[in-house]
Design a protein around this ligand. Structure first.
Ligand SMILES: [Cu+2]
Length: 207
C-alpha cells in the first residue's frame, strides 16, 4: 500500500482543488493506467539514447534519473529520483512534450493540461495563467550532499491520450514564475525520454 501523496507546490496561485490525493494504483478499481517507470543513465547524445546530457559539468555522465508516472481516476502523480548530480546544486525540471533529441530544444515546450493558446513551437508559454505548477508538471529540486534528490508532483488531472508528455528535462535554474518568464528555467542540461512509449499512442511529438 503506497501512502497518498499531498502536493507540495511552490506557487502563490490559489487554484481550487490544488491539494489532491491520488489513489495508489494498487487500490481496487482506482487504477486506469499502471504506473509507468522510466530509468536512465545520462551520457552524451547518440541515436536512440534514453538519457542524454547536454552539459556534462552540471549533469555528469553516469548521473541517473527515474521518473515514475502513476495515473489514477483522480489525477496523476509524477515521482522523480536522481543521483550523481552536483552536490548542493539547484535544478529546474519539468515534463516536456516531445522525446529528447541531439538538440536540447527538440524536447519542445512543457506539457500543459490547459494549453496556452498564445504559445506555439517557436513561442513558449510564459503566461503565469498557463505556465504554473498546477497546469504543468514542475519537478524542481536541490541535489543533496551526495548529488542525489527526489521530488514528486501531484495533479488533479490526467495526461491527454492524444498528446502525452514524452520527456523529463533538467534545467540550469529553478523555474521562474513572473509575467513574461513563467516556466523558464535557464539552459536545458539533460533530458530523459519516456521509455517505453506511452501504451496508448504510437507517434511522438503531437503536442
Ligand atoms: Cu523544462
Amino acid at each position: 500500500m503506497v501512502a497518498p501523496i499531498l502536493l507540495a507546490g511552490c506557487s502563490s496561485a490559489s487554484a481550487t482543488g490544488r491539494a489532491v490525493v491520488i489513489e495508489p494504483s494498487t487500490s481496487a478499481g482506482a487504477a486506469l493506467v499502471p504506473a509507468a517507470v522510466t530509468t536512465g543513465s545520462f551520457r552524451t547524445w547518440r541515436e536512440g539514447a534514453t538519457a542524454v546530457t547536454y552539459d556534462t559539468t552540471a549533469v555528469p555522465v553516469g548521473a541517473t534519473a527515474e521518473v515514475a508516472v502513476t495515473e489514477a481516476a483522480g489525477g496523476v502523480s509524477v515521482a522523480v529520483t536522481v543521483s550523481g548530480l552536483v552536490p548542493g546544486r539547484a535544478y529546474g525540471a519539468h515534463l516536456h512534450n516531445n522525446p529528447c533529441t541531439a538538440d536540447p530544444a527538440g524536447a519542445g515546450p512543457h506539457y500543459q493540461n490547459r494549453v496556452d493558446p498564445a504559445a506555439g513551437p517557436q513561442k513558449p508559454s510564459v503566461d503565469p495563467a498557463y505556465a504554473n505548477p498546477e497546469n504543468e508538471v514542475w519537478l524542481d529540486f536541490t541535489a543533496d550532499a551526495t548529488g542525489a534528490g527526489s521530488v514528486t508532483s501531484v495533479q488533479g488531472w490526467r495526461f491527454s491520450s492524444e498528446r502525452p508528455p514524452w520527456s523529463f528535462v533538467l534545467h540550469a535554474e529553478g523555474t521562474h514564475t513572473g509575467h513574461g518568464e513563467a516556466g523558464t528555467a535557464g539552459a536545458r542540461l539533460a533530458c530523459l525520454t519516456r521509455t517505453p512509449a506511452p501504451a496508448y499512442v504510437n507517434q511522438p511529438g503531437r503536442g
